[in-house]
Every structure is written in structure tokens, then in C-alpha cells.
Write a protein of this length. Structure first.
Ligand SMILES: Cc1ncc(C[n+]2csc(CCOP(=O)(O)OP(=O)(O)O)c2C)c(N)n1
Ligand SMILES: [Mg+2]
Lengths: 331, 368
């Protein structure tokens, strides 16, 4: 039996391995050290690595992320945790202007090898301020990379690659997934001895022939549920494509899937306006128009700030039933 | 040119500070040369902005924030920098850039938006960089550089290097939250960063009195709220700048602790080139008074004449050379090519520029 670990543990292993791999890697964030992480992603790392490598920051996102960017210019590789990615907004200038544009404005003399990671999801009844999903916002900015893993396996492989990447990577996780388990091989079971997943490579989470359900983050898991229903109840064999990395984007895998199935739905938990799905839908119609048997549909969270009320928030975020309904409308 | 320096200057009580007593005549002349080079470079850039070129436009676009009147600060403070000391500043950055050793050609060409510019025409006036000279910009967002300055200091400390970061900001920048967050981190984590407030009296058209609440001790004294050391410096006197900044540098190097310095100065020109109101929010008389009585170049020149380090002719010669260098830089910039359109998407991702596996995986750009 291959071992199963949680998404949280997978991230923890990835961070631990990268702390071991490179002395310049330092984890900085609120409650990441002595408290073991607000969501326990960094549990045990301070005990193991000590004050220099795992650093508790004051509640000062613009300060410590800006500081991390400055330190990265001298070759430190800060991995900074946002307790919620929603809090990126108080560090927005540092993340958008300084991290993304210093390389460009210096004519390529500088690079900023930072990772900013943390949960970017709704669905936990914490209200609008704590439920933002800004992957589209950051992916809009050339110079930034945006990653959003949907499984423990991907989370581990991608966080390791993100830390080794020499550009700024914003790594968006999900508190809903932290406690869920997936198969993640031990290092000695892997060729090369460690799990590295390149940024910019999508993954077919389920092969199919009739329709492509394309998604990122937790929406991939919902799409897989929908695919089960489509198959069991409607005889439709859906393919589920997980972007994993939004920028860089694995255009090839998406287009190949649509060429095969001739139908596409994009699913995300973000808001609809200028969402990631808009980018993908535009790309599909432009590049494989002749293969399409139906319009490309988009499913996103309802277009309002995240609502608190628990049953209503459930209704706000796309579920499998909605995906099935939309899929049937074009099959 | 005279080569021996008489130690005493009547102009400054700080001439006798140890850090100044050790200066050779050549060192002192170098300060003069550096200040004059900044001044002549910027006067030349103002001209280039205003002239109509062959294509009917200006040679320089956008903003041009001129440092004239403040030259002693960059020259005095950066003269204390050693191998592991780093510099970062805001958009009024030409003076610091020339002082760290960037050359006029690359700086002027950057203003012209040319491929030979220090940032290949991608940064412009506000965004000069020279990491090889420990110079980290050139930042256009008011106070945006202040957490980066703390980060450079963090990097030095992390790597166990004995150095510091001089992080410059304006009197208007001190009210930004990012600055206060950086101050807290700097003191909390004992970072060797020195925040240098160049108080030129105005943030655009708003006088310093109209923008900042502070005790009568001044702007740097806000440091006390963070338990941090601070000082106030008369910016027209290089001896004083060096003597007091050296204390902060020593504190950074030996105790790994931060400092805030407020250096009083004055900008002669408008906020940027397009400051049509430059004589409206302050009087002509006020500007003239600073030019006549507090010009750091003249103050230093007078001290040098008194010390017998230079003669009037030496001064003229240095000034002339600086002017010629600036003119040559204009010629260089003018004759340089613009960057290729194909270069617009270079220098965005390190991995793409270096054609690594990561840079080749997935689509990075979405413009067809
Ligand atoms: C965040 C931000 N707000 C406003 C501006 C526009 N702006 C540029 S410089 C400036 C004045 C800053 O004055 P000060 O800090 O005193 O520096 P000085 O120009 O005097 O060198 C303003 C308002 C900006 N660049 N960034
Ligand atoms: Mg000012």
C-alpha cells in the first residue's frame, strides 16, 4: 500500500526538504515558528531548524514581505507565509511593484527568488475579508508566477519547485484541503530521490472522451466528483484537467484535451469577472475553435463578496451538481 | 592642484572629527568633483528634457526628479560605504547613482530610453539600478523601498557579513505605513539599516509642516517610539554629514542596529520637471536664499579654498570637466539606439531569460 498523507503534511515535508537542501531558504511568517503555524503547515520546523531558519514575524505583511524581497536580492530565499492569502492586499505594493517589476526595471540585473504561500479559498464561513481567491489578480502581472495545487502530491512537488525557482512564486493553497489525504510516495520510491513537479505543467486528473472539465485548486476536486456523477448517472465520460500552475500555463495539455473531447467547461472558486476561466476560454476558442461542438462554459463562485452564512456560502461556491448541470447543457 | 590638506576648516565644527581628519586632499576634492558631476549631469538632463529633438519631441519622457541642492547628502553619506555596505533610494535617484560609481553615459542613455541605458531603457529616471555597485534602485513608489532596505540589511545579517544598508527616503515618505512597518522590523530584529530622511522641506507642493505630525525634535525623533537611535544633520556640511552618519554606520557594523537620520536640505528645482507651481507653494525669495546661502557645493568649495585644498582655478577646471562629461553623455545617449521591440519581453522572468528547464516549461507570456 502506498502511503497516504495530508495536503498539510505534504507541504510540511516539502518545506522541510528545501530547508535541508539550501541554507539560504528561510521561512518567515506570522505564527510559523513557535506556534507551529496557524494551520500547522510549518509544524515542527522551528523545533528542527531553529530561530535562524524559521522566523515568527509580527503582523506586518507589507513589512516582512517587502523585507523578504529585499533579502532575496542578496541571495536569501525567503518562503513567506500569509496566514490567509486575503492578507496579501495589505502587502499589495510590495508583491506587485517590488517583487514583480524590479527585475524588469533593472534591465534584468536583479531577480527576486521568493515564495509567498498560504491558503486562498472560501468555503469556511469566515466572511468576505478572509475568503479572497486572488490567483487571477496576481497572474495578471508579468514577472509573477502563480501556483494552486489541488492534491497533497502536487502540493509537495510544486512547493519544492517553487522554492527552487528564481522568480517570485505566489503559492495558493486551501484550508479545506489541508486535512485531506492523498497518496504521496516516500522519497526512496521516487526516481531521483525526491518529488519535484515543474511549474507550468498541467495534470490530467481523470482521462475521458466526452467533455473537458478544466479547473485549478479545490475546484479540481469538485470537478472529479462531478465526473463521477456524469459517468454513473449520464453515461458521460468527462476528462478532468488540473492546471496546477496558472502562470506559467500548460496550454498544450488543455488544448489537447479539448481537441479530444470537443467540449470544455472551466471551473474555479474565484469570482467570474476576468477570472482565470476567462483567460482559458478565450484561449480555447481562439486556438481550437474548429474542434468545438459547443460554447466554452465557465463556472465560478457567485458574483458577490463571500457570504458568511454557512448554508449560503455552500450555495455560493460551485458544487458537483452545478458542474453536472452545466456539463449536461452542452453534451 | 594642491595635494596637502590643512586640517582645519572655519566652516564646520565637524572638520576635526576623526572620520574627517583622516581625509586626504584628494578625498576632499573628490567630494567636490562628485557633487559637481551630479549638478552638471542634472542641468544637462533638464536641457535635454526641454529641447525639441529631430522628431519634434523631447529627448526624455515622463518624470525627471532633480537632486540639485541635495548633492552633499549622497556624496557625504556614500563616502562612508565599504565593500558590504548597500544603498537603496527613491525616485530622486540620479545623485546616488552617480555617487556609487554609475557612469553618466549609462545614466543619460536611460533617460533617453536607449538600449545602452543602465536598465536598457526599461526603468527610466526613477529606476536606476547597479547591483554590482551595491546599488538597489531607484524606486518610484513613495516609501516602497523602505522594507526592501530592511531586507538588504536582513540579507547581510543572515549571511554573516559586516555591512549595512543606507536607505534614503523623503520627508513626505515618512508617513507611509510601509516605512513604519520597516522601522518596527529593523529595531525588533536588530537590522543594520540606516534610514536617511532627506528633508528638503516639501513633498511635491506640500510643505513638511503641512504633512507630518512630530515632536519638536524633528522627523527622525519618531525613532524613539521604536526605541531606535536617531540624529539630525545639517545637510549643507559634508563634514557634519560624515561625522554623524559614521556613528550610525559604526552602530550598524558593530552592534547590528538601525538608526534614523534626518538630513536637512533643500531642492532647488520643481518636484519633477512638470512642476509648474514650483514657485507658488514657496516664494522666489526662499529659493534664492537657499541658492545664495546654503548651496552645498559653494559651502564645500569655500571650505576647500579656506583649507588651501583647491584654488579658484581648480574649481573652475573641475566644474568644466563635469560639464564636458555631461555633454558627452548627451551625445552618447543621443547616438545610442533605442531597444528593439523584441526586447520588451526580456528581463521579466529569470528562468526564461536564462533558458532553463523551468523557463521553457509552460507558457509565460500571453501576448500573441
Ligand atoms: C505611493 C505613492 N503616492 C504618491 C506618489 C506621487 N509622489 C511622488 S513623489 C511625491 C512626493 C514625495 O515627497 P518626499 O517624500 O518629501 O520626497 P522628495 O520628492 O521631496 O524627494 C509624491 C506625492 C507616489 N509616487 N507614490
Ligand atoms: Mg521632500
Amino acid at each position: 500500500m502506498p502511503r497516504k498523507i495530508t495536503y498539510r503534511k505534504a507541504l510540511n515535508e516539502g518545506l522541510d526538504e528545501e530547508l535541508a537542501n539550501d541554507d539560504n531558504v528561510v521561512i518567515i511568517g506570522e505564527e510559523v515558528a513557535e506556534y507551529n503555524g496557524a494551520y500547522k503547515v510549518t509544524e515542527g520546523l522551528w523545533d528542527k531548524w531553529g530561530d535562524k531558519r524559521v522566523v515568527d514575524a509580527p503582523i506586518s505583511e507589507a513589512g516582512f514581505i517587502g523585507m523578504g524581497i529585499g533579502a532575496s536580492m542578496l541571495g536569501v530565499r525567503p518562503v513567506m507565509e500569509l496566514m490567509f492569502f486575503s492578507f496579501a492586499y495589505v502587502a499589495f505594493d510590495q508583491m506587485m511593484n517590488n517583487a514583480a517589476t524590479c527585475r524588469y526595471m533593472s534591465g534584468g540585473l536583479i531577480n527576486v527568488p521568493i515564495v509567498v504561500r498560504g491558503p486562498a479559498n472560501g468555503g469556511t464561513n469566515v466572511g468576505a475579508t478572509h475568503s479572497h481567491t486572488p490567483e487571477n489578480i496576481f497572474a495578471n502581472m508579468p514577472g509573477l508566477k502563480v501556483v494552486s495545487p489541488s492534491t497533497a502530491y502536487d502540493a509537495k512537488g510544486l512547493i519544492k519547485s517553487a522554492i527552487r525557482d528564481n522568480d517570485p512564486v505566489y503559492f495558493m493553497e486551501s484550508t479545506v484541503l489541508y486535512g485531506q489525504e492523498w497518496e504521496v510516495p516516500e522519497n526512496d520510491e521516487i526516481e531521483g530521490g525526491e518529488l519535484l513537479i515543474p511549474l507550468g505543467s498541467a495534470d490530467i486528473k481523470k482521462e475521458g472522451t466526452d467533455i473537458s472539465l478544466i479547473a485549478h485548486g479545490r475546484a479540481v476536486i469538485t470537478a472529479l466528483e462531478a465526473a463521477e456523477i456524469l459517468s454513473a448517472e449520464h453515461g458521460i465520460n468527462a476528462e478532468v484537467v488540473d492546471l496546477r500552475s496558472i502562470r506559467p500555463l500548460d496550454e498544450q495539455t488543455i488544448l489537447e484535451s479539448v481537441k479530444k473531447t470537443n467540449r470544455a467547461v472551466y471551473i474555479e472558486e474565484n469570482k467570474p469577472f476576468c477570472g482565470v476561466g476567462a483567460q482559458i476560454a478565450s484561449m480555447i476558442q481562439e486556438k481550437v475553435f474548429d474542434y468545438l461542438d459547443a460554447p466554452v462554459l465557465r463556472i465560478s463562485s457567485m458574483d458577490s463578496p463571500a457570504i458568511y452564512s454557512p448554508p449560503l456560502e455552500k450555495a455560493q461556491i460551485p458544487d458537483a451538481a452545478l458542474i453536472v448541470k452545466k456539463a449536461l447543457s452542452i453534451c | 592642484m594642491a595635494t596637502k590638506s590643512k586640517p582645519k576648516s572655519s566652516a564646520s565644527e565637524y572638520a576635526d572629527a576623526d572620520i574627517n581628519k583622516s581625509l586626504s586632499a584628494e578625498d576632499k576634492i573628490e567630494f567636490l568633483r562628485k557633487m559637481l558631476r551630479i549638478r552638471r549631469f542634472e542641468q544637462e538632463s533638464l536641457k535635454n528634457y526641454q529641447v525639441t529633438n529631430k522628431s519634434g519631441g523631447s529627448n526624455i519622457g515622463g518624470f525627471l526628479h532633480v537632486y540639485i541642492g541635495q548633492e552633499s547628502i549622497a556624496v557625504g553619506t556614500i563616502s562612508l560605504c565599504g565593500e558590504n555596505d548597500h544603498v537603496i533610494t527613491a525616485y530622486r535617484d540620479h545623485g546616488h547613482a552617480l555617487t556609487v560609481g554609475m557612469n553618466m553615459n549609462e545614466c543619460m542613455a536611460e533617460l533617453f530610453g536607449k538600449a545602452t541605458g543602465c536598465s536598457k531603457g526599461k526603468g527610466g529616471s526613477m529606476h536606476y539600478f547597479a547591483p554590482d555597485k551595491n546599488y538597489w534602485g531607484g524606486h518610484g513608489i513613495v516609501a516602497g523601498q523602505t522594507p526592501l532596505g530592511a531586507g538588504l540589511a536582513y540579507g547581510l545579517k543572515y549571511k554573516g557579513l559586516k555591512g549595512c544598508c543606507l536607505c534614503y527616503l523623503g520627508d513626505g515618505a515618512i508617513n507611509q505605513g510601509a516605512y513604519h512597518e520597516a522601522l518596527n522590523l529593523a529595531e525588533l530584529w536588530d537590522l543594520p539599516v540606516i534610514y536617511i530622511i532627506e528633508n528638503n522641506g516639501y513633498s511635491m507642493g506640500t510643505s513638511q509642516e503641512r504633512s507630518s505630525a512630530h515632536s519638536e525634535k524633528g522627523l527622525a525623533a519618531r525613532a524613539e517610539a521604536y526605541g531606535m537611535e536617531w540624529d539630525v544633520i545639517n545637510g549643507e556640511d559634508i563634514y557634519e554629514i560624515r561625522a554623524k552618519t559614521q556613528i550610525a554606520v559604526k552602530r550598524a557594523h558593530e552592534e547590528c542596529r538601525p538608526t534614523i537620520l534626518e538630513i536637512k536640505t533643500y531642492r532647488w528645482e520643481g518636484h519633477s520637471i512638470a512642476d509648474a507651481n514650483k514657485e507658488k507653494y514657496r516664494t522666489k525669495e526662499e529659493i534664492q536664499k537657499f541658492k545664495d546661502e546654503h548651496d552645498p557645493v559653494q559651502v564645500w568649495k569655500k571650505a576647500m579654498l579656506e583649507e588651501g585644498v583647491i584654488t579658484e582655478d581648480d574649481f573652475k577646471q573641475i566644474n568644466k570637466e563635469a560639464g564636458e562629461e555631461a555633454k558627452a553623455a548627451s551625445k552618447f545617449a543621443d547616438e545610442s539606439p533605442f531597444p528593439e521591440v523584441s526586447s520588451i519581453q526580456d528581463d521579466i522572468y529569470w528562468e526564461v531569460d536564462n533558458n532553463t528547464e523551468a523557463g521553457r516549461t509552460g507558457r509565460h507570456f500571453f501576448h500573441d
